[in-house]
Design a protein around this ligand. Structure first.
Ligand code: NOJ
Length: 573
């Protein structure tokens, strides 16, 4: 199969639609209840047919899976449950043959307690070069019994764990910004820098097209180790990313990112175009866009868009701020509605609290996804209708975007997973107060009327699927012209065909409260009704609509793509 000349396009990433695969939950080729790499390869034709340009595979490395694989014990291999390096090579080859690129996950902030270098550090003891690769410190208090700082960890509890030294006595503490099973690397140490250069090269040599960079805004720690203000929710030092916070967005990150960029640029070639990075950094735009300057990472997820409540003005403000900030550094915006860490859009938009307000003059706190929203009743039909509308909004915006597996099927968050099945460390670390992120990680329903819905053959999936997911399988939706799957296919096909879409500019049109209306050249207009009353579109030639129109009426919770007024129809033929 010849991927065609467009595959070498050097700007492909500026407009790309990237599909996120969570390998454990995507497709189980060997029927052991766990998704695998061969399962992904088996679905490449589905993904090509969907119309995406690339896939990003969440961590597939050997790992004890304390945090779903974001606890890596070997960065140069594949988890045995997911397959082998040969399977990865086959995936790269088969994807490229179809003109699809493959991004993988780089987890540079921390590894797993099972990583041989961490095990060596435990064995080697205080003051050893092995301990220098991680962040070990003496404790405070007379006997060192208090952690070195007051910092809280992301999943709850403190960010330091005390070790038992070789003589059997409690000794130093090591830093873990996430679970205690995820020790932080010491990025002050040149061996860590060199090791990660080697990891990038290992996967670029195997033909990876790029990396999504996990927690790209951490890595560097203020070497004064100051305490942070107490977060009243946890009683620990805050995790907030205030300017100057000791563990976030430190200026030294710039040089690390430039170093990675130089490695990636060495691999740019005329047949495949550039290898790229997408950074995961939950930061305000003005700080986040520093990461996507021309000599640093290429793109960065736009999490404020994902966090926005279902309300036109809120979306508009986020879009404006994002585009202005990206324009300032010459990078494209990267839109995202969901991922493996947040409540699925169908459920989010079906709740009374659908996100954070970015309306002018309205200040709301960051919404804490896993606890503030979970448990609120959800109107799934409303949520699905809005998720369809949000997808068309996202795909019409300038830049690239990400689609998290199952979003195209309109899957909802599974909020009633049995407690005994929950695996997210958040569940344990919150003393069973917060159920965590497993509800968006339930294995994908592909076909049939009962579990495992074609995920595997008959083995129980690692997380149970709801019985009613037979209505949402890809197979069922394939035949239904009005399905979410066919909406995504139509929208992505239009994105490829229509030169107005992807990277570029947009212009707002004046509109009433609750309505978003913008045009893109040549000849494209997107109108979103987030309000609760009908909106008259006037005379319009419809390209695509997320829900049926009533003549020229755009009903609530609907997005339409149309030709602008006074455009002659021959332009779209
Ligand atoms: C962000 C990842 O998306 C999330 O799943 C993980 O738990 C943390 N980083 C820690 O690696």
């Amino acid at each position: 199969m010849n991927p065609g000349p467009k595959f070498a396009d050097h700007d492909w990433w500026r407009s790309a639609v990237v599909y996120q695969v969570y390998p454990r939950s995507f497709a189980d080729s060997n029927n052991d209840g766990v998704g695998d790499v061969a399962g992904i390869t088996g679905k490449l034709d589905y993904l090509k047919g969907l119309g995406v340009d690339a896939i990003w595979v969440s961590p597939w490395y050997p790992s004890p899976l304390w945090d779903g694989g974001y606890d890596v014990s070997d960065y140069r291999d594949i988890h045995p449950d997911f397959g082998t390096l040969d399977d990865a090579d086959e995936l790269f080859e088969q994807a490229h043959a179809r003109g699809l690129r493959v991004l993988i996950d780089l987890v540079p902030n921390h590894c797993s307690i099972d990583h041989p270098w961490f095990q060596a550090a435990l064995a080697a003891g205080p003051g050893s070069p092995e301990r220098e690769l991680f962040v070990f410190r003496e404790g405070r208090g007379d006997g060192g019994e208090l952690p070195p700082t007051n910092w809280g960890a992301s999943f709850g509890g403190g960010a330091w764990e005390r070790v038992i030294e070789a003589d059997g006595t409690p000794g130093q503490w090591f830093l873990h910004m996430f679970a205690p099973e995820q020790p932080d690397w010491n990025w002050e140490n040149p061996r860590v820098l060199e090791e990660f250069d080697g990891i990038l090269r290992f996967w670029f040599d195997r033909d990876a097209d790029g990396f999504r960079v996990d927690v790209a805004d951490s890595l560097i720690i203020d070497q004064d180790f100051p305490d942070t203000p107490i977060d009243p929710r946890t009683g620990k030092g805050t995790w907030e990313k205030y300017p100057g916070a000791p563990c976030w967005d430190r200026p030294e990150l710039a040089e690390i990112q430039r170093r990675w960029r130089r490695v990636a640029d060495e691999y740019t070639n005329s047949a495949q175009g550039p290898r790229i990075f997408v950074s995961e950094a939950y930061l305000p735009f003005e700080r986040m866009v520093e990461y996507v300057r021309a000599d640093r990472l290429h793109t960065s997820f736009n999490f404020e868009f994902l966090q926005s409540e279902w309300y036109a003005e809120s979306f508009r403000n986020v879009i404006d701020k994002s585009l202005a900030a990206h324009r300032g550094v010459g990078a494209p915006a990267t839109w995202v509605l969901g991922n493996h860490d947040v409540i699925r859009p169908v459920s989010r938009y079906g709740k009374s609290l659908s996100g954070r307000s970015f309306r002018s003059g309205v200040v709301t706190d960051e919404v804490h996804w896993l606890d503030d929203m979970a448990g609120l009743p959800v109107d799934v039909a409303l949520g699905r209708r809005r998720a369809r509308a949000a997808a068309l909004l996202m795909m019409a915006l300038p830049g690239g975007c990400y689609v998290y597996q199952g979003e195209e099927l309109g899957l909802e968050e599974v909020e009633d997973l049995p407690e005994e099945s929950l695996q997210d460390p958040v569940w344990v670390r919150s003393n069973h107060m917060i159920r965590g992120r497993d509800g968006c990680r339930v294995p994908i329903p592909w076909s049939g009327n009962s579990a495992p819905f074609g995920f595997g053959t008959d083995a129980d999936p690692w997380l149970p699927q709801p019985n009613h997911w037979g209505e949402l399988t890809a197979e069922r939706q394939d035949d239904d012209p009005d399905s979410m799957l066919n909406l995504y296919r139509a929208a992505l096909a239009e994105r490829h065909r229509n030169t107005a879409l992807g990277d570029g500019e947009m212009s707002w049109e004046e509109s009433e409260d609750g309505i978003l209306s913008f045009t893109r050249e040549p000849g494209f207009r997107c109108v979103v009704n987030t309000g609760d009353t009908d909106h008259d579109l006037g005379e319009a030639t419809v390209i695509l609509t997320s829900s049926p129109l009533g003549g020229s009426v755009l009903p609530p919770n609907t997005t339409v793509w149309v030709l602008p007024p006074n455009t002659t129809v021959w332009m779209v033929s």
